[in-house]
Design a binder for this molecule. Structure first.
Ligand code: RIB
Length: 338
C-alpha cells in the first residue's frame, strides 16, 4: 500500500469551512477560538488525520522543542553515555533530541549544523570536529544558541573535562610502574581532546625528569576506533625499541589493542601494559579489565543540555558559563597484575 499524501493545514481549513489562521490558532492558541469553531476544526483534523508540522508550528509559537546534538562518533560508547545525559535533561523540558555524528569531518559537521538550524531547533550541542569554530559562530549570529560539549571555550557556554590532567594521570601511573618506553596511540591535534591528552602525557614525563623523545613512542591513528588501535601494533611491536606499555586515547582504541595482543598470544600486563580513556561501561567487563581515565560522561551531557536550555530561555540576558570536570584514574588488571 503506497503512503497516502499528508494532509495540509489548508485541507483542514477547507473541511472545517474556516480560515488557515483559525486552524493555526486552534493548534497554537486555542483560547482565541470559539468553542464550537474549535470543535469543528478538531473534528476536521481527526477526519483527515492531519499531523501539524512540528518545527514550523513550534517556530510560530516561539517555542522550538528539538535540541540538536553533533558528536564526533555515536559508535563510540563514550558519546552514547554523554547523549543519554543530554536526552534526560531535554526530556525533562518536554523536548526531544536530534543526534548526528560528524566522524571528525568538519564539512560533515557543517552540513549537520546547517540542517539543524533550518529545522529551527531550540539550540545545538556540539563536540567540534576541528579547532576553528567559524561555522558555530555563524549559526549563533543567526539566533541559534550553541553550547560546546566536551570542548573548552571562553566566549560561549562550554562543558569539558580536564584532558591535560587525564593524560597526565595515565602516564604518571605507567611511569610509577617502572615503564620507560610508553607508546601513545592518539588522534590528530586538531581534535582538542587528543591535543590536551598529549600535553598531559608530556607533562607527566617531564615532571618525572625524563625526556619524552626517549620515553614516548607516539602514533597518530587514522581513526579513533578498535581496528585502528589493533592495526597500530604491527608498527609498535616491530620497533627497534618496542614499548612495554601502551596508553590509548580512548577505550575503543584500547579494546582493539587488547584484541590484537591476544591474537599474538601476548599477555597483559606481563608482556605489555595497556591503559584506555573514558572508562566506558565495557572497560571493567573485559576478560582483562581495562585501566582507564574515567570521564563523568552522563553528567557532561546533562550539564551541557541544562546550559543550552537556560541560554535559549534567557536570550540576550544570558551570561555564558564554562564548566570543567575532573577525570579520575581507574586502575584495573590491564596495567597492574592483580
Ligand atoms: O572522540 C575522541 C574522544 O574524545 C572520545 O573517546 C572521548 O574520550 C572524547 O573526550
Amino acid at each position: 500500500m503506497s503512503t497516502p499524501r499528508r494532509h495540509s493545514i489548508r485541507d483542514v481549513a477547507r473541511r472545517a469551512s474556516v480560515s488557515i489562521a483559525t486552524v493555526s490558532n486552534v493548534l497554537n492558541n486555542p483560547e482565541l477560538v470559539a468553542e464550537a469553531t474549535r470543535a469543528r476544526v478538531l473534528a476536521a483534523i481527526a477526519e483527515l488525520g492531519f499531523v501539524p508540522n512540528g518545527p514550523a508550528r513550534q517556530l510560530r509559537a516561539g517555542r522550538a522543542q528539538a535540541v540538536g546534538v553533533v558528536v564526533l562518533d555515536l559508535a563510540n560508547p563514550f558519546f552514547t553515555e554523554v547523549v543519554r545525559g543530554v536526552e534526560d535533561r531535554v526530556t525533562e523540558a518536554d523536548g526531544l533530541v536530534i543526534v548526528c555524528s560528524s566522524d571528525d569531518n568538519p564539512s560533515r559537521e557543517a552540513r549537520h549544523l546547517r540542517m539543524l538550524e533550518q529545522q529551527g531547533v531550540r539550540g545545538v550541542l556540539v563536540t567540534p570536529a576541528q579547532a576553528s569554530l567559524d561555522v558555530l559562530s555563524d549559526i549563533r549570529s543567526r539566533g541559534t544558541p550553541v553550547v560546546l560539549l566536551d570542548h573548552t571555550a571562553d566566549d560561549m557556554c562550554a562543558v569539558a573535562v580536564d584532558d591535560v590532567r587525564g593524560g597526565e594521570l595515565a602516564a604518571a601511573h605507567l611511569l610509577e610502574l617502572g615503564h620507560r618506553r610508553i607508546a601513545f596511540l592518539n588522534g590528530p591535534d586538531t581534535i582538542r581532546q587528543c591535543a590536551d591528552r598529549r600535553r598531559g602525557i608530556h607533562r607527566a614525563i617531564q615532571q618525572a625528569g625524563l625526556d619524552p623523545q626517549e620515553c614516548l613512542l607516539e602514533v597518530t591513528l587514522p581513526a579513533l576506533n578498535a581496528d585502528a588501535g589493533e592495526a597500530s601494533l604491527n608498527q609498535l611491536l616491530a620497533h627497534r625499541r618496542p614499548p612495554t606499555a601502551i596508553a590509548c586515547v580512548n577505550d575503543v582504541v584500547a579494546l582493539g589493542v587488547l584484541r590484537g595482543l591476544r591474537r599474538r598470544g601476548m599477555t597483559v600486563p606481563d608482556d605489555i601494559a595497556v591503559t584506555g580513556y573514558d572508562d566506558v561501561e565495557f572497560a571493567g567487563m573485559l576478560s582483562t579489565p581495562l585501566t582507564s581515565v574515567r570521564q563523568p560522561k552522563y553528567q557532561l551531557g546533562h550539564t551541557a543540555a541544562d546550559l543550552l536550555l537556560t541560554e535559549s530561555t534567557e536570550g540576550t540576558t544570558h551570561e555564558h558559563r564554562q564548566i570543567l570536570f575532573q577525570p579520575e584514574l581507574v586502575v584495573r588488571a590491564s596495567s597492574v597484575v592483580s
